[in-house]
Design a protein around this ligand. Structure first.
Ligand code: C2O
Ligand code: CU
Length: 470
């Protein structure tokens, strides 16, 4: 049992290196196959779990490319339902964005679709289907997409942590209650088992004195995480791929809603033989230990390096706030939300009638229909290409929502009327209940772009719209 686990750990540790081997600049095509697989999630004491995977593993393979390089991927669908792949956070051409009906025909079972695009921004990104995402992501379809800086900064190890959440029964089977109305109208399908790179893990091994770059990706379909590294002082260097001034996380916790990422520098300041917990404290009363940092006998150096580096900024267009078009966006609905009515497929419906049709949420009074990108639905906002835009967003609900915009990065301007401390670039921002957040971006990427909550049950439940840049 021990040796199995060790073996698996070794295999996981080898992954990034193997991925490195794939050529950086060439548009070498690779294949990604979406298919069912059996994997061990919970450990040798439990049976394997039937999942949906990319290439038979959960998470799917780490894809690493150099900034500016092209990526070409043939995605073959060996599932029993339509799928697509969305490259979350990448500012790519609209036709490569992977939204069924809106940007492409869904990839039917047995079919292949070729994605081909350049990655303009360095950073930590990820890929996942955009078709019945509330089921497909929750069954295991996602992977990390790492865009490396031209000159990656010096660290001893560059590691990806893909965090995912599962709702399993006692035999480690995925409970098939996708899209149930309770999850949909409350905090989404929060599960009962957290995995780190596809496994419930006891240990993450470190060497005294080493410096790690940890790329944290919240790939859960609904669970928000707030990680604390006991006995350590992580330094955040990037959010959603984009560099910030290096600094400790606010309140000592790294908060990531579904879809969000953070790059941190973790200096292993402990001593050989020590062990420290990494805990997730987001849900009160439901705190748990994600993994232990375990110091082995090696000592990399006597103390970690002192200086922190700032990553080179990505070249993002700066919104012109004086001339920006300003739009209000109100998110409403959900349990205890007080929403009185919303429009669905042109019909004004009360919450009772909405829930009968599987809808509970609205963006500016409109609940989105069942397809991720319904071709017959009008954009809620049309912007001329090159326009600067401020979205004044209000979360008029009793639940947190990670709000995601495709095809662009936006600046977080203010929170509840107060200028935001970091003014950071993001592609997904977590809004607390009743919170107001202003964001700004330049609509420089033509096409129809999804704008939705990344709690995927909320998205399915109507919390979705799209912006047209024409
Ligand atoms: Cu990560 Cu519209 O999705
Ligand atoms: Cu939401």
């Amino acid at each position: 049992m021990r040796s199995t686990r060790r073996h698996l750990l070794k295999a996981a540790a080898a992954l990034p290196l193997a991925a490195h081997a794939w050529p950086a600049r060439a548009a070498a095509p690779r294949t990604l196959v979406a298919r069912p697989a059996r994997v061990n999630l919970v450990g040798p004491a439990y049976p394997d779990t039937e999942v949906w995977s990319f290439d038979g593993t959960v998470p799917g393979p780490i894809i690493r490319i150099r900034q500016g390089a092209r990526l070409r991927v043939d995605v073959r669908n060996e599932l029993s339902q339509d799928t697509t792949v969305h490259w979350h956070g990448i500012r790519l051409p609209n036709a490569m964005d992977g939204v069924p009906h809106l940007t492409q025909k869904p990839i039917a079972p047995g079919e292949t679709f070729t994605y081909d695009f350049a990655a303009p921004d360095a950073g930590t990104y990820w890929y996942h289907p955009h078709s019945r995402s509330f089921e497909q992501v929750a069954r295991g379809l996602y992977g990390a997409l790492i865009v490396e800086e031209a000159e990656p900064p010096p660290v001893d190890r560059d590691e990806v942590w893909v965090l995912a959440d599962w709702r399993l029964d006692r035999d480690a089977r995925i409970q098939p209650d996708f899209g149930n109305l309770r999850d949909l109208s409350h905090d989404g399908r929060v599960g009962n088992t957290m995995t780190l790179n596809g496994q419930v893990r006891d240990d993450f091994r470190v060497a005294a004195g080493e410096r790690l770059r940890l790329r944290l990706i919240n790939a859960a379909s609904a669970r928000v995480t707030a990680l604390e590294f006991k006995g350590h002082q992580p330094v955040v260097i990037a959010l959603d791929g984009h560099p910030i001034e290096p600094q400790p996380p606010e309140g000592g916790r790294i908060v990531l809603g579904p879809g969000m990422r953070a790059d941190i520098l973790l200096d292993a300041a402990g001593m050989p033989g020590e062990r420290y917990q990494v805990v997730d404290t987001w849900y009160r009363g439901r705190e748990y230990r994600l993994v232990d940092l375990v110091y082995d006998d090696r000592r990399r150096r006597d103390r970690p390096p002192q200086a922190f580096f700032r990553l080179p900024a990505n070249k993002l267009p700066e919104p012109d706030l004086d001339r920006a078009e300003r739009r209000e966006v109100v998110f409403s609905g959900g349990a205890m939300g007080g929403m009185t009515a919303a429009t669905l497929d042109g019909e004004r419906l009360d919450p009772r009638a909405l829930i009968e049709r599987g809808k509970a949420w609205a963006v500016n009074g409109v609940a989105a229909g069942d397809h991720d990108g319904q071709h017959d639905v009008q954009p809620f906002l049309t912007l001329r290409r090159g326009t600067s835009c401020v979205l004044a967003m209000a979360n008029d609900t009793s639940w947190p929502h990670p709000i995601h915009l495709h095809g662009h990065a936006f600046r977080v301007l203010s929170v509840n009327g107060q200028p935001s401390r970091l003014r950071e670039w993001r592609d997904t921002v977590l809004m607390q209940p009743r919170e107001k957040i202003d964001i700004a971006f330049v609509a420089d990427n033509p096409g129809d772009w999804m704008f939705h909550c990344h709690i995927l049950d909320h998205q399915q439940g109507g919390m979705m719209a799209h912006v047209r840049v024409a």
